[in-house]
Design a protein around this ligand. Sequence first.
Ligand code: ATP
Length: 232
Amino acid sequence: MIEVSHLSKSYGERKAISDLNFIIEKGEVVGLLGPNGAGKSTTMKIITGFMAPTSGHAKICGYDVYENPLEVKKRIGYLPETPPLYVDMLVQDYLKFVAELKCVPANQIKASIDRALDKTQLSHVRHRLIKNLSKGFKQRVGIAQALVSNPEVLVLDEPTVGLDPKQVAEIRDLIRELKGEHTVILSTHILSEVQATCSKVIIINEGQIVAEDSIEGIEKWNKGTILLNLKT
Ligand code: ATP
């Protein structure tokens, strides 16, 4: 479902990621785990088509992100590190706006919004202005906009960053409930986040993949030096 080959990106002289290769199969929930500056957001931006790589390829559901952007757009939902919320809109109007942008057919928009609200437990605030919601609810709106086109692939960049412990637990529950319905890649610098939500982990450090393992195997990497600066 997600195929990354020889992906590299430099910002001027600065190499952010270097020759990344990985495959994520249908239905997997995979954590891209690494410390600040490791290259997680850069990878997410490239696989969602928001940024061009310097070299290499990314494919979503078999479609090259750059050669077939429309096919990719239909199949992917993206929660960026800072979700682009229009805070002066009502929750449901914002989701309708995103659904239209994502080319959801007009006769499916209402059902799509209802489903995204249901999955993120936001139905009771659908008529509220986004700006009046708590940070945790705003983040759920961010996830709802990623879900509104019922995408096959979900890309969640640091989905719990900046939230309090209760909000973190709620978002992790929500991600666990998405298992089986979507193929998910989520980025985080928190080891326990991957353990709580994912079936596999890809560890990235200084722009390079240093390990790929099952969740059961993750502890052995934590004993090395690469994860010492990660929160648990
Ligand atoms: P964080 O968890 O802090 O967001 P990250 O793992 O997502 O980190 P990236 O944001 O992808 O890492 O950054 C990787 C490297 O590229 C870092 O050294 C960062 O400073 C650099 N970088 C990221 N964006 C830019 C940019 N627009 N211009 C220049 N350098 C950048």
